[in-house]
Design a protein around this ligand. Sequence first.
Ligand SMILES: Cc1ncc(COP(=O)(O)O)c(C=O)c1O
Length: 381
Amino acid sequence: MNLFEVYPLYDVTPVRAEDVYVYDEKEVKYLDLYGGHAVISIGHSHPHFVKKISNQLKQIAFYSNAIQNPLQKELANSIGEQSCLHDYRLFLCSTGAEAIENALKLTSFHTGRKKVIAFKGAFHGRTSAAVAVTDNSAINAPLNSQHEVVFLPFNDKKALERELATETYCAVIFETIQGVGGLDEPTEDFVYAMESLCNTHGTCLIADEVQSGFGRSGTFFAYQKYQIAPHVITMAKGMGNGFPIGGILVHPEIKAKYGMLGTTFGGSHLACSASLAVLDILKKDRLQEKTKDLENYFRTKAKEISQIKKIKGRGLMLGIEFDFEVASLRKSLIYDHHIFTGGSSNKYLIRILPPLTVQESHFDVFFNALKIALKKNNKNL
Ligand SMILES: Cc1ncc(COP(=O)(O)O)c(C=O)c1O
């Protein structure tokens, strides 16, 4: 049987990985500055992660959500402690898109409304409502167009006010730092306006932290740079360091009802153990705190390269923008220098989303390689 080919693939076959490196079948070592789409948080196959999952596997891997699972409560407490969101409640699922579906559905239940405001450049996933609030018509099928979504530009307060005043929207959904879109951010002023306009007009605010959450941006959630209280926070990616787990945090104002949300796999014993291992290491190794210095180091090095026109993002969710398309540059980084980086819908931008265990020396390797790749690229232009 052949695979259903939906991905353009690089010709690299990783067979094992350790910390910030992945190794192919010939033991060629690649520096991973992309973390498989921002998923690897505490480093590939971290020994504590492996041990905790292995031990759990020997005990019990899974049972449905019809029984008591104390690991879920332990995970809720640990997320509460590290995010300081003690009053929020946790619902667990398995992926980012599923977290978005649940967040949107919940706000619709809560408000009795069904329209949603999303933003230009947004990416929230590929399932039903998640893809409908994603600003990319190419990945929306006719079926997805049943959702009523209005896309606004970031920072247009007047347009947001005009729409919310109709009091027909269940939610405004935003990424504090856009991931797939290319690291754009709303201004501080607009973030506060979103919160206050949502509160005035009975609309819920959803912070999509699927990519930016779990310490990557320097705060536990990227939106926590500001003093706002979203109704729902979505998370996934770094939460499981490669083990599929996602979830939403729900503001105490939204009340739970039996049957409102549900899942078979979400919150399994194994998934909870994986995420608890991530939180253990985040705390023990102070990975979130370290992102600030690493960002500063990265920015200083990037400024030395004149072809880099803009440095975007925060913490270890970074982008460097050029005035030419970067596809061939990224290819050269992979094939000539064995360094993984990321693209985005902004064709001029390279995304850097390394494991949070990355060190300054890894950035030195990257920038040295980038300088050589840029020379080769300039010759080919
Ligand atoms: C901000 C954001 N939200 C949601 C998703 C969807 O997550 P998943 O691919 O796990 O469904 C992504 C994936 O890239 C994302 O970046």
